[in-house]
Design a protein around this ligand. Sequence first.
Ligand SMILES: Cc1cc2nc3c(=O)[nH]c(=O)nc-3n(C[C@H](O)[C@H](O)[C@H](O)COP(=O)(O)OP(=O)(O)OC[C@H]3O[C@@H](n4cnc5c(N)ncnc54)[C@H](O)[C@@H]3O)c2cc1C
Ligand SMILES: *[C@@H]1O[C@H](CO)[C@@H](O)[C@H](O)[C@H]1NC(C)=O
Length: 584
Amino acid sequence: MSNPLKPIVSSNRILFGLLPGLGAMIVMRMAIHLYRPDIEDAEHRVRDHPFDKLYDCYDFIIVGGGSAGAVLANRLSENPDWTVLLLEAGQDENVLSEVPVLFPILQTSSIDWQFMTEPSDEYCLSMLQRKCKWPRGKVLGGSSVLNAMLYIRGNKKDYDAWASMGNVGWSYKEVLPYFLKSEDMRIPYYQNDPYHSTGGYLTVDYFRFEHPITRKILEAGEQMGYKILDVNGEYQTGFTHSHATVREGLRCSTAKAFLRPASKRPNLHVSVHSLVEKVLIDEHKQAYGVKFVKNNYQRIIKARREVILSAGAIQTPQLLMLSGIGDAEHLKELGIYPVANLPGVGQNLQDHVAMGGHSFLFENPYTNGTDYCFNLRSAFSLGTLIDFAVHKKGNLYTMMEAEAMAFVNTKYQDASEDYPDIQLFIAPTADNMDGGLFGKRANGLTDETYAELYEDILYESSFSIVPLLLRPKSRGYLKLRDANPYSPPRIYPNYYSHPDDVKVMIEGARIVQAIVDQPALKAIKSRPNPSRNPGCEHHELMSAEHLECQARHHTLTIYHPVGTCAMGPASDPGAVVDPRLRVC
Ligand SMILES: Cc1cc2nc3c(=O)[nH]c(=O)nc-3n(C[C@H](O)[C@H](O)[C@H](O)COP(=O)(O)OP(=O)(O)OC[C@H]3O[C@@H](n4cnc5c(N)ncnc54)[C@H](O)[C@@H]3O)c2cc1C
Ligand SMILES: *[C@@H]1O[C@H](CO)[C@@H](O)[C@H](O)[C@H]1NC(C)=O
């Protein structure tokens, strides 16, 4: 039975591990400063336009300089006759975010908004206060500065489904040219492929480092009958080495890809640390400008043509509601004058929910002490730092949360449709391999859970294969907490509220088990971590009850909240924007 002291021992051990961790970051920062001017990129970095030199009126005002906003700022300012203002609440990117291995520490840092879901009795049960953390980038480049860099398009049928719902122009055939226009494929094999292209702003490449265990897991996939293929190509079902938005092995955020090359255009002004509090709307219900705050100074700037909201799936609906667009009853309750009653705002929230804690132990086939998977204890050393800073190679180039991935079909999905219902994140590591410094903190796992699951197997060779739902049927929503633009909205993801979602997830976990049972992984004695999340101990390991319990306890977001300003034709009562993305 579990030892009541274990969580205390565990949390103290983690606390004392933080200091050397901080030291390593400082050394890393210095090494980049000294040896890697390419990362500092001082010449091309975006310059903040002085507050007192901003115009009173622009053709376009873009709110939010994230993935979408950075692209828009670039494309709109291509026309020299248009003036464009980009307002971003966060700061410029820092250099550490460029290093792939540091992906997990960016969450909960100052460039993360640090949203949390509201407590639930149905999901996120292994998390502090039963709330899941929802990181979002508060930085130029937005969430593309925090994300896992995986370059994956939607399934063809996703876009065709949008088009068939009356959204003219959104079929796969019609959106593919835009993917190609953006892309600069650096993997030679795909450069002349009809699904890829070169010469765009966004570089796509393999991660520069892969752990040996990843190769073994891909082998197991092949042994199960899956192909290793390009999941952005003709068919999606199968396994792949991850394609990533990296350049020279380093993160290529949308700020790096799209903003830096455009930032010297005289007709584009970028203002950071600028939080938009409200969109201003005239008596004809036409948006004519924004009110924003920078360094405690408030300012109103007008838009001649359009105000564009690209503040992300959480804050775009938040800003609409703060500006009086949303469910009129909800707005009145908070004392906000409803300009337009649009009940769809903040509704229809969907996310790729995943089952965490699905980790597997194995025996390291190397007998010379070299790791077969990611291990924090050996990952940061003088040698790896020199490899990174001087030789531009080595394990600091790994994105160890998903060096590979797979798209698979459960028994609920007709495999012949090539419309997989489960995606697998293949990680050459598990939360025991970082001693609780990265994953535990990023996800908000309780001390009890971490201690019970991992304290007995600290740094023992492990990998994880994390199943996520590609098309969950559950729908959540978000609401304003109050009328204050600085209050985070209340987020209710309603994970697993539709019974089919749990069923599909259990089948996803069974596919994972089948992969682990293939000869390639059996040969290195792969087996599930025998420990169970507190609250699930009484279930038989890997039984349907255990897997459901684990899904509801070890609930993870794969960070893809969408749908809160749904697009639809005039006939759709839930639509917030029309197929040309204009607020209805
Ligand atoms: C940890 C993590 C991992 C992920 N992994 C992947 C991955 O591997 N592959 C992938 O394709 N996707 C991934 N995603 C998802 C992907 O990054 C997002 O879908 C995408 O970045 C969303 O783009 P966006 O433009 O809608 O919003 P964001 O990029 O979040 O941009 C919104 C911007 O608006 C700003 N803003 C918000 N409110 C205001 C305001 N009132 N005034 C001014 N500015 C404001 C924010 O600071 C932010 O910069 C991940 C996301 C996260 C968080
Ligand atoms: C250990 O052995 C593996 C496999 O033969 C090899 O790739 C690796 O470089 C070796 N490590 C050291 C430190 O010699």
